[in-house]
Ligand binder design. Structure first.
Ligand code: G1P
Length: 357
């Protein structure tokens, strides 16, 4: 069994955060989303991983993952180029996969329970593909599966107007090499993409059994800022106390806090977990860091109240009042304008930024 990790796409729904880098490198609890996928594949015993790269952020992804040895896996890079759909991306892995079965993992998805159960379930029978499903409230926005009373998959539809069920295909699949023949026969969908959902429907039409597996733990497609915050919340929820850094006397901490070795919580600061604070970051006196917040590296927070937020890193945030439910990109700097005249907010805001003032 090999792994194929999709890391292309434009990240348009995560702009401006993705103007400067790929969405798969945005950190959740101070770890790039893509690393969770590598760890899940490794845990399922998959160590030969093909990483499919789009046009965007290729170098940054290669710099982070390298040859995979730091994760105990072996990475082969495969260029997809223009994003012509998930099935097109999968098709690019044909030579890499050869005659093996493979797990295809969407690099911007993150799920609690990993892929081991999905792989075991696929391997227990003679299946053309294995899909992971979860009930969603908005089935029009996903690939949807219909299943009969025995749990057999009977139909798959990408983003249906009238969904037959609310069982969404989540971003992990297992395939036999038969999928490559199906991909070659695909026509672009209404959105101009070769849909992996349509390829699985073709496998079904060809008479292959499709294994389905309902995932009970949480799953997030981190495509939008709100999803990133939710994923951050869910991952932090599962963390334990890990204080490698310095908590000065007079600092108030409680709950599960992950504090990197060179990070400091100064006297007079209050940190209530679950919170993750990365290396070389200082939480100064008079600052409150509340639950479900991740603060990236090389940052200073001073005189603010922040909760349920992600600060990616290299930031200075000072005297800016209460910051909630926010995603701050790398090198974002925020400070108070209270003492400046004329009174008012001073903004240098990038394209596609979203501000609620
Ligand atoms: C893609 C797939 C869809 C699947 C979803 C999971 O959607 O096309 O079938 O349910 O990922 O995240 P997209 O993110 O391209 O809209």
């Amino acid at each position: 069994m090999k792994g194929v990790l999709l890391s292309g796409g434009t990240g348009s729904r995560l702009r401006p955060i993705t103007h400067t880098g790929p969405k798969q490198l945005v950190p959740v609890a101070n770890k790039p989303v893509l690393e969770y996928a590598i760890e899940d594949l490794k845990e399922a015993g998959i160590t030969e991983i093909g990483v499919i790269l789009g046009n965007k952020g290729r170098k940054a992804i290669q710099e982070l993952l390298g040859d995979g040895s730091k994760y105990g896996v072996e990475i082969t890079y495969i260029i997809q180029g223009n994003p012509l759909g998930l099935a097109h991306a999968a098709g690019c892995a044909k030579d890499f996969v050869g005659d093996d079965d493979f797990v295809m993992y969407l690099g911007d998805n993150i799920l609690k329970q990993g892929v081991t159960e999905l792989v075991d379930s696929f391997e227990a029978g003679d299946h053309g593909a294995g899909i992971a499903l979860q009930e969603v409230d908005n089935p029009q926005q996903f690939g949807i599966a219909d299943v009969d009373e025995q749990g057999n998959v009977t139909e798959l539809i990408e983003k249906p107007d009238e969904p037959p069920t609310n069982l969404a295909l989540i971003g992990m699949y297992v395939f036999s090499p038969a999928v490559f023949d199906a991909i070659e026969r695909l026509e672009p969908s209404w959105r101009g993409e070769l849909e992996i959902t349509d390829a699985i429907q073709l496998l079904l039409d060809d008479g292959h059994d499709i294994d389905s597996h309902v995932v009970t733990g949480w799953w997030k497609d981190t495509g939008k800022p709100q999803d990133m915050l939710e994923a951050n919340h869910l991952v932090l929820e599962g963390k334990s106390l890990h204080l490698d850094g310095t908590v000065e006397d007079g600092a108030e901490t409680d709950g599960r806090i992950e504090l990197a070795e060179s990070a400091v919580i100064e006297s007079g600061a209050v940190v209530r977990g679950p919170v993750s604070i990365a290396e070389n970051t200082t939480i100064k006196s008079g600052t409150y860091v509340g639950p479900y917040t991740s603060i990236g590296p090389n940052s200073t927070l001073e005189g603010i109240h922040i909760e349920n937020s992600v600060v990616i890193g290299d930031s200075n945030i000072a005297a800016a009042g209460r910051i909630v439910d926010s995603l701050l990109g790398r090198s974002a700097n925020v400070k108070s304008a209270d003492e400046l005249l004329p009174e008012g907010r001073r903004l240098v805001v990038g394209e596609n930024s979203q501000l609620k003032l």
